[in-house]
Design a binder for this molecule. Structure first.
Ligand code: DC
Length: 340
């Protein structure tokens, strides 16, 4: 049988790289979402809006290995007021499936074309990622309260595994020992008025995990794939049963790829260090500013450069630089994305 899958993506600028990169993104999503064997693609018709003429999108298809299909690129009919900077595709495949089972893909600004399709496959969740000190948890709590969702702090789970290793005297460089202890790490969460409490083998460790050694231990254990698999499973189960605002490092890119709203928060290192100093000051803890900066940079490096699910903005996340913004301003920006 022959079926046709539609795809559309908006492009940031009229350049070859941008057109090809976005076309590849769209084609790969079509292929993955529909489980397509590249050899089963018969033909692809591409259209570009009139403002995109720096490259043929078909080249992107060849570059990802679609070599036998017939490809065709044409300029789109111009209708006043319609979407700009947009590449569209109609992918014809041979399959035993039926047309009604095809998953059409609309990415970035093109999601506006078919909100019915886009929203059907998405869950009511707000995914917030970003580096330490970018303001994730403070703003996530406010957003969850406003939306009536529960707030899930995934960093607390990695901290709990880190705490467990520290308590057992396990070296954080000994991945094998850490993996051995995993079956005995029972993490459970409770939500009191939407706010999370975390338990390690039945003991409330919500406050105990908020120390610098535990944060460093968390970053180390978070690089171990087996640790991530165990914790991501818990995170997804919570999001299946509840509407969540979930924050962490890989929520938009991995844990909740299908979240309706994805946000990536960032801020200058100096601003993040100042926020951390203020927190310590409020708790009456003495600190050294340069040391705090060093710790933040080290943890960023570790979280961004690990092999499994590193800290990164999802391609469809809205990136917000919180440097110089108040929490209220950040909250308002996120709420307007949610409402959009
Ligand atoms: O957000 P936090 O400081 O509580 O997180 C502690 C560490 O846990 C962080 O340095 C990286 C890791 N982490 C992660 O790898 N993935 C997540 N989803 C959340 C946290």
């Amino acid at each position: 049988m022959n079926c046709c899958i539609r795809g559309a993506v908006t492009v940031e600028e009229n350049s070859r790289e941008c057109i090809w990169e976005n076309t590849k993104l769209m084609l790969n999503e079509i292929i993955n979402a529909n489980n397509i064997n590249i050899e089963d693609i018969v033909s692809i018709y591409f259209t570009c809006t009139r403002d995109l003429d720096a490259a043929y999108p078909a080249v992107a298809a060849r570059e990802i290995g679609i070599v036998d299909a017939a490809l065709m690129c044409v300029q789109e009919l111009y209708v006043k007021g319609s979407l700009e900077m947009c590449v569209r595709a109609a992918v014809n495949i041979e399959t035993y499936k039926r047309q009604k089972d095809m998953k059409h893909i609309y990415l970035k600004g093109a999601q506006r074309l078919r909100p019915d399709i886009v929203n059907k496959s998405k869950i009511d969740a707000v995914a917030i990622d970003g580096p330490a000190g970018s303001g994730k948890s403070t703003v996530a709590k406010l957003i969850s309260k406003e939306l009536g969702y529960i707030y899930v702090d995934t960093g607390a789970m990695y901290r709990t595994v880190g705490l467990c290793c520290l308590n057992k005297g396990i070296s954080l460089d000994d991945n094998e020992k850490i993996k051995e202890v995993l079956p005995y790490v029972d993490i459970s969460l409770e939500f009191d008025k939407g706010i999370q409490k975390i338990f390690l083998n039945g003991r409330d460790v919500t406050d105990e995990i908020r120390t610098q050694p535990v944060a460093e231990a968390a970053s180390k254990v978070a690089a171990i794939p087996e640790v991530r698999t165990q914790l991501v499973e818990i995170q997804r189960k919570i999001a299946e049963k509840n509407k969540v605002v979930m924050d962490g490092r890989d929520i938009g890119t991995n844990v909740l790829k299908n979240a309706k709203t994805k946000i990536y928060l960032d801020a200058d290192v100096s601003e993040r260090a100042k926020r951390r100093c203020n927190e310590l000051d409020e708790k009456g803890i003495t600190f050294d500013y340069d040391n705090i900066v060093k710790e933040i940079v080290e943890r960023d490096n570790y979280d961004k450069n690990r092999e499994v699910n590193p800290l990164a903005a999802a391609k469809d996340a809205v990136v917000i630089d919180t440097t110089g913004l108040t929490i209220e301003q950040v909250k308002d920006k996120i709420m307007s994305v949610v409402r959009d």
